[in-house]
Design a protein around this ligand. Structure first.
Ligand code: NAP
Length: 271
């Protein structure tokens, strides 16, 4: 439960289109009328107005203070997994933020550590949805180690390592399972693996628990196109890519129950 004597500090991120901007402005005015404080640098609550993509941006903007900031999403398009309030509920949400203590739910994140050949440097990232690894040109060839043991030599278009909340995004398009976000796990899915009499991969998505690390080791190429959520970067001279469940968690402000499986049904099945 969040509520102290100090007025709640909020920040609003907008998708940037006219509808989202107008909604964000209206919300800001209402929240200020309730004597809440707007603080773009150190918000207790970040309200994302747009879609799931907008919440991904907001997450990375405030990634350095995940233990102090909670997120809530209003969608201005179709129902999202992270953005589950509709514009018609704006007043209801504002009152809920201003008047009621809110519950915080925590979901697992993916930690990605990229180590480089030159000088032993490394870069660490947190992903809310997933990390994908592809070759700049040609087939991706990677040794996949799980918990220190060689599992397989992967050949194909790429690999996707996702969080439970990211399992409904790219992972789902790759035939991965939808994981309930209460599971502390990551999922490894293949992109068009080569499978014939010579080359063999498992062919099924793998779900790894929090204490199992997945290490990807390049075999022939060392330059890779790596995505962390919406962020895509070319990484050169890569020695290894380590993926595991992060110690950090993302915190969402919950003002009403919205069960995960109902959200899945509403997004993918219901008319
Ligand atoms: P984008 O190409 O503009 O949007 C990709 C779509 O994924 C949007 O419809 C977005 O919803 C949706 N999405 C994002 N996170 C989701 C989640 N956790 N569950 C269900 N749907 C989700 O790219 P972007 O806005 O920068 O977002 C980057 C994300 O796109 C990546 O993290 C990846 O998961 C996803 N992606 C998916 C595919 C695929 O399905 N084949 C391919 C590449 C990337 P909104 O419209 O509400 O924003």
């Amino acid at each position: 439960m969040k509520r102290t004597d100090a007025p709640l500090a909020f920040a609003i991120t907008s998708k940037g289109d006219d509808t989202s901007n107008a909604l964000a402005q209206k919300m800001k005015t209402y929240l200020l009328d309730f004597d809440l404080r707007c603080d773009e640098e150190e918000p207790d609550l970040v309200i994302s107005v747009g879609g799931d993509g907008t919440l991904l941006y907001a997450f990375h903007r405030y990634c350095h203070r995940l233990d102090k900031t909670a997120f809530v999403g209003v969608h201005t398009g179709h129902l999202g997994f992270y953005a589950d309030w509709v514009p018609e509920e704006l007043e209801k949400l504002v009152i809920a933020i201003a008047k009621t203590p809110y519950q915080v739910v925590e979901y697992p994140l993916l930690e990605v550590t990229i180590r480089y050949l030159n000088g032993g440097s490394e870069a660490k990232y947190l992903a809310l949805n997933e990390c994908t690894v592809k070759c700049v040109s040609g087939t991706l060839v990677m040794d996949v180690e799980i918990r220190g043991d060689l599992f397989e030599r992967f050949r194909g278009d790429g690999l996707c390592i996702s969080t439970p909340t990211g399992s409904t995004a790219y992972n789902k398009a790759l035939g991965g399972a939808i994981l309930h976000p209460s599971l502390e796990a990551i999922q490894v899915t293949e992109m068009a693996s080569i499978n014939n009499r010579v080359f063999r991969t498992i062919g099924s998505p793998l779900v790894l628990p929090a204490h199992h690390t997945c290490l990807l080791k390049p075999v022939n190429h060392v330059d890779f196109q790596i995505t962390i959520d919406h962020l895509s970067l070319l990484h050169k001279d890569v020695k290894s890519i380590q993926c595991r469940v992060a110690d950090e968690k993302v915190r969402f402000a919950r003002f009403r129950p919205f069960p995960f499986w109902r959200r899945v049904r509403d997004s993918f099945i219901a008319d």
